[in-house]
Design a protein around this ligand. Structure first.
Ligand code: S3P
Length: 174
């Protein structure tokens, strides 16, 4: 088992913010899957979806996961849909400890208010749509080693909870 931490979770659950903080606390390198896709494609997530479609984005996402799976000592924040693909899930699991961040539909809606960088929520960001997407993805998010509800918590507290888990349950010497 490799010594990375992989953060999964729906859009707006705080993966990037918590990931950055956690990487700093661990002395690991922080990597962001969406940022890797954007950097390789030379265009934004919105542009990839608009010009090439979701399937092309998913292909690029998978290619970046394959590359990143060779890394060690990184905290990797994944995009919310990275867990849909079974090969992605197996690769992410092989990288180390998988942490799933969760939040309620209400909280996610609040956090994503005014956001224009999520193409999947462009046309419909109703409570019903979000709830349906969350329900569809739930079994894949549930495959994580640990799940942490971020609702009403400070980023520092979420990062601390992950550190405690790594130390006490996984036996990491931190
Ligand atoms: C997606 C989540 C986004 C990004 C893309 C698709 C999804 O990442 O990868 O817009 O399918 O849930 P974040 O979870 O970082 O917003």
């Amino acid at each position: 088992m490799k010594n990375n931490v992989v953060l999964t979770g729906f859009m707006g659950t705080g993966k990037s913010s918590v990931g950055r903080l956690l990487a700093r606390r661990l002395g690991f390198t922080y990597r962001d899957l969406d940022a890797a896709v954007v950097s390789s494609a030379g265009k934004s997530i919105n542009e990839i979806f608009a010009q090439e479609g979701e399937a092309s984005f998913r292909g690029a996402e998978k290619a970046e996961i394959r590359k990143l799976s060779a890394c060690s000592r990184i905290v990797l924040s994944t995009g919310g849909g990275a867990v849909i693909d079974p090969e992605n899930r197996a690769l992410l699991k092989s990288m180390g400890v998988v942490v799933n961040l969760t939040a309620s539909v209400d909280e996610i809606l609040l956090r994503l208010k005014g956001d224009s960088q999520r193409p999947l929520l462009r046309e419909d960001r109703s409570e019903a749509r979000l709830a349906a997407m969350l329900a569809e993805r739930e079994p894949w998010y549930a495959e994580a080693d640990i799940r942490i509800d971020t609702g009403g918590k400070k980023l520092e507290d979420v990062a601390q909870q992950i550190l405690d888990y790594l130390r006490r349950i996984r036996g990491w010497k931190l």
